[in-house]
Design a protein around this ligand. Structure first.
Ligand code: GLN
Ligand code: ZN
Length: 763
């Protein structure tokens, strides 16, 4: 019989109970016991749901109070010294949350989980680090699974290889996987022994790092690790699971591991994994293949018959021990389409959230075994797909429009040098021009205004005039501070993607479609389901209003096509590249309208350009080609005298500097306050000619940096790059800051720029 299985389930609860329980606990309003009680209810509820969904093997221990990578770090006792860990016993909750969120000492770093929008806590590795078993959650999970009556539980652990690779070496010369694996393995062996003794049927080691390019020695480390672990398995069966891509050249190593099952992703790595299976020839007889065939990262129904055909092929190749599952943990999708009351009736049947995905998994497993009961579900799926295809064909006009995009539309009408000259005439800016990234503090009052307006409690006219007052005040303040290029403040926007999604055709919004971003933070990504078209200008009124309040230039502020794509659930019935270009066309129309409204500077933010990079380097060029193409399509129509800015909030450009240059923006603002001059050397070495605004202060902290500190950063920048190309700005938007600190920091920033002018640095 084919087993229906899963790799992980949403962990925030059906009504974001985890968020509430965590926030109450952090605010000191609830004791640890009540947090743990709420957590246990969510965890057991998820286990029961998965059992009721007809799964044969149910993941346990995938639940987390904050983050599964942090859990794995705690599992091996990897608590950085600054948290005052006693070095024995279990990590207590206070320490656990201090690691995640900081206390009197800074939190651990957070970064994106592969190419998803989930953030994990980055483990810290030091030379000679000692490890110990220090986290009991996996054992509690086993008990929870038993309490929930699941037939067969598979305890999920982040595998030791990925744990080490995902962390950051804090000692010079330390190679964590090479140097720390033995110590980490000792703990994993102990945990495995105890899980086996506790009656775990299966233990699942997630090794997503194996879908990226890996050196031979790294694969050899993985081989040794699992050979070592397998000796401790007792009666438990072991699975090594990969997702988010194909394992490529690692397959022979993985197939030879002494484990009982291997998980491969046939959604995101389909072609590569099929090719790797082909090259492998014979699938090892001692192993089950866990086939990830239902997309765990997107919200669309699967093409069931096509998936079934694939499963038949896989069973042919890998034998009858096949297990059917999603491509990855369902952590990345909302819980239940049925919870939505106001969904567009046409789109609803195309959607599948976690609960619907489990049903697909069950149907596929039964259908593969020839079960007659799957017939109805397959027929309903056929019908929904047919309707979706018919809707797709309605977008044919857009296909023609995109096919007609020629090189001329991607190129600005004049080269940078020419643009620079005409822009200098139109915008008489001083040297070291100062600006900000766009948003100003989103006070409780502004948020209240917006939500009252959204709920219909506040009429359009009073809402508008309240925001106008806010904008006018922001403009006056910027003039008074002495900034050169102003912004309107983005008070009308809840979120830089949602704002545009709500105004573009082709998007819909859910009521309960929350997914965890990190800890208690959840996001509700827009669902991009159809052809994207701009219906009307989206930002022009606010830009025009703000510009009418001042003689200084005010930047038009747009979110770029790649970022809108990256931060939405995107249709899967056409290539992402094409959808991205549809968005680009809409932004292009907006740029043109802003120009017509007299706006001289337009900023198109692309903070997600880099995170969209594929996991394998071989796939980078194709991605960068269409992603930079989308930006160029969005901005290429701008007249030479319109200054195009772009903004990215990170500082790693070494790998993608050619693509950054290919954007052909006039000014690029980047995060740099904590990176220093090395980052800028990348631009120098590349010969990057256009304007650059390396952030001079970190907006994540309320700290107000003194003038000298920012002036020193500007001096350092001028030592690397021509001073007449440098702009002065913070690292990112100021919406999370309070007004007093934002104003104080900007005053210091403007003063730092004045000192540079006075000193004539680089002149
Ligand atoms: N213009 C946006 C802001 O200032 C940019 C935000 C971002 O880069 N994430 O808020
Ligand atoms: Zn930013």
């Amino acid at each position: 019989m084919t087993a229906a299985t899963n790799l992980g389930y949403p962990r925030i609860g059906s009504r974001r109970q985890l968020k509430r329980a965590l926030e109450e606990h952090w605010a000191g309003d609830s004791a640890a016991a009540s947090l743990l009680g709420a957590a246990r209810r969510i965890e057991e509820g998820a286990l029961r749901e998965q059992r009721a969904a007809g799964l044969d093997i149910v993941p346990a221990g995938d639940f987390s109070l904050y983050d599964h990578v942090l859990d794995a770090a705690c599992l091996v006792g990897a608590v950085p010294d600054r948290f005052g860990d006693p070095g024995r016993g279990s990590v207590d909750l206070t320490t656990y949350f201090a690691m995640a969120r900081g206390s009197t000492v800074p939190a651990m770093e957070m970064t994106k989980w592969f190419d998803t929008n989930y953030h994990y806590i980055v483990p810290e590795w030091t030379a000679g680090q000692r490890f110990r078993p220090a986290w009991d959650r996996p054992f509690e999970a086993l008990a929870a699974a038993r309490a929930a009556g699941v037939p067969s539980a598979r305890v999920v652990l982040l595998g030791p290889v990925s744990l080490l690779l995902l962390g950051k070496a804090k000692s010079d010369g330390l190679e964590p996987l090479r140097d720390l694996l033995p110590g980490v393995l000792e703990v994993y062996r102990d945990v495995l022994r105890r899980l086996a003794a506790g009656g775990a049927d299966w233990v699942q080691f997630d090794e997503p790092c194996l879908v990226a390019d890996r050196a031979a020695w790294e694969l050899e480390a993985a081989r040794r690790a699992y050979a070592d672990l397998a000796r401790e398995r007792g009666a438990a069966r072991l699975a090594v699971v990969t997702y988010f891509g194909h394992v490529g050249a690692a397959l022979p190593t993985l197939a030879a591991l002494p484990v009982d099952a291997l998980g491969l992703d046939f959604v995101h790595g389909a072609e590569g994994n099929l090719a790797a299976l082909e090259r492998l020839g014979t699938w090892p007889a001692d192993k089950a293949l866990i086939a990830g065939v239902v997309n765990g990262r997107n919200v669309w129904i699967s093409p069931l018959r096509e998936r079934l055909a694939l499963l038949r092929r896989l069973r042919e190749a890998a034998g009858p021990g096949l297990q059917v599952g999603p491509s990855c943990s369902l952590l990345h999708v909302p819980l239940d389409v049925a919870a939505e009351e106001h969904l567009d009736a046409e789109v609803r049947p195309w959607l599948a959230f976690a609960r619907q995905k489990l049903e697909e998994v069950r149907v596929l497993a039964r259908a593969l075994d020839g079960g007659a009961d799957a017939g109805g579900a397959l027929a309903a799926n056929d019908e929904a797909l047919a309707r979706r295809e018919a809707a797709r064909l309605r977008g044919a006009g857009m296909a023609a429009r995109l096919a007609a995009v020629g090189a001329a539309e991607l190129d600005r009408p004049a080269p940078y040098a020419t643009r620079r000259a005409v822009q200098a005439r139109r915008l008489p800016l001083p040297r070291w021009p100062t600006t900000t990234i766009g948003s100003f503090p989103q006070t409780a009052e502004v948020r209240r205004l917006r939500s009252r307006w959204r709920r219909g409690e506040l009429g359009h006219a009073p809402y508008r005039s309240a925001l106008e007052a806010e904008t006018r005040r922001a403009i006056a303040l910027q003039e008074e501070i002495g900034l050169d290029v102003l912004v309107h403040g983005e008070f009308e926007r809840t979120d830089m993607v949602e704002y545009f999604g709500e105004r573009l055709e082709g998007f819909l919004f859910t009521e309960h479609g929350w997914v965890q971003s990190y800890g208690s933070r959840c996001v509700k990504p827009p669902v991009l389901h159809g052809t994207v078209r701009r219906q009307a200008p989206m930002t022009v009124e606010w830009a025009r209003f703000a510009q009418s309040c001042t003689d200084r230039p005010v930047k038009g502020m747009l979110t770029g096509p790649v970022t809108i794509l990256q931060w939405s659930f995107v249709r899967d019935d056409q290539p992402r590249s094409r959808t991205c270009w549809e968005i680009a066309l809409a932004i292009r129309e907006e740029v043109a309208d802003l120009e017509r409204a007299g706006i001289a500077v337009v900023q198109v933010d692309e903070p997600a350009l880099r995170e969209g990079l594929p996991l394998r380097r071989a796939d980078w060029p194709a991605y960068l080609e269409w992603a930079t193409g989308a930006f160029r399509l969005a901005t290429g129509g701008a007249r030479p005298e319109t200054q195009i800015h772009t903004h990215m909030c990170y500082g790693e450009f070494g790998d993608i500097i050619d693509a950054i240059a290919a954007l052909d923006a006039d000014v690029l603002s980047i995060e740099n306050a904590r990176s220093g001059a090395e980052l800028l050397a990348v631009f120098r070495d590349h010969g990057y000619a256009a304007g650059i605004g390396p952030g001079v202060y970190d907006i994540h902290s309320p700290r107000v940096p003194p003038v000298e500190e920012m002036a020193a950063l500007l001096e350092a920048a001028a030592a690397v790059l021509p001073a007449d190309r440098l702009w002065v700005n913070p690292d990112c938007g100021l919406k999370t800051r309070a007004w007093p600190e934002a104003v104080a920091a900007l005053r210091n920033m403007v003063e730092a720029a004045r000192r540079m002018r006075a000193a004539g640095t680089g002149a």
